[in-house]
Design a binder for this molecule. Structure first.
Ligand SMILES: [Mg+2]
Length: 241
């Protein structure tokens, strides 16, 4: 294939889907009240709270203010949990989750899950002069934390750059063209690894090579998609020559 760069998805590719869903998101959900309470005086938290209050007012869902910080933090957290339950894409919510995760990773309360073949293949690819990039819908900040504080240690040194939905949606060919422009490799020398067929088809449209990862507990793949894709169960099975 003469691959010079590999772009990796995270959820379902380097990392179990359940880690992202059950560990990361649930951590932020259940710890937001304590986090807001503990950090209430910080400028960044104050501005996130202000934006959440504006958002709530727009939702006709006033957050009850209180002079008692515990009580106010409780009311804010209830609204934050509602936003998460409704799967709302609100930037102040994303910012708050990012802050909670940063604290959790740095305090070793959360450790990023990686499948056991990830580290040795990152080492092998890097030793062979292949550049490694990450492209995930989670924020670049959260991606960096996951690889820096992972169960396999700090993998940051192996990763050249990270991309999130600021380059576009993962199922849009244009996003992959944007990444190619930024990394300065031709699509034919780039391999994209993901668990989602529509992401791979979008990358293929942009001229990138693709492989589907079939990790334990990934989503079911249709027979039609299976017939159109090359599939591996782990990174050890990836043949680059
Ligand atoms: Mg994925």
């Amino acid at each position: 294939m003469n691959i010079k760069a590999i772009i990796c998805d995270i959820e379902g590719t380097t990392t179990s889907i359940s880690f992202v869903k059950d560990t990361l998101f649930k951590y932020a959900y259940f710890n937001c009240e304590k986090f807001i309470n503990d950090n209430f005086k910080e400028q960044e938290i104050q501005s996130i709270v202000e934006n959440l209050c504006v958002e709530a007012r727009n939702d006709k869902n006033e957050i009850a203010e209180s002079d008692n910080v515990n009580e106010y933090a409780h009311n804010i957290a209830r609204y934050v949990q509602q936003l998460i339950d409704q799967d709302r894409k609100v930037s102040s919510l994303k910012l708050l989750q990012g802050k909670i995760w940063k604290y959790a990773f740095e305090s070793k309360l959360v450790t990023g899950h990686l499948f056991e073949d990830v580290l040795r293949n990152f080492q092998k690819w890097t030793a062979n002069g292949i550049k490694i990039y990450i492209y995930s819908s989670g924020s670049v900040e959260a991606q960096k934390l996951l690889f820096k504080y992972s169960i396999s240690g700090d993998l940051s040194a192996y990763i050249t750059d990270y991309f999130d939905t600021n380059v576009g949606h993962k199922q849009e060919p244009k996003s992959y063209e944007n990444i190619l422009n930024q990394i300065s490799f031709e699509g034919k020398h780039v391999l994209f690894l993901s668990d989602i067929p529509n992401e791979l088809f979008a990358a293929d449209h942009a001229g990138i090579q693709t492989l589907l990862l079939r990790r334990p507990n990934n989503y079911e793949i249709s027979e039609d998609d299976k017939s159109r894709l090359s599939i591996v169960d782990n990174f050890d099975e990836i043949k680059l020559k």
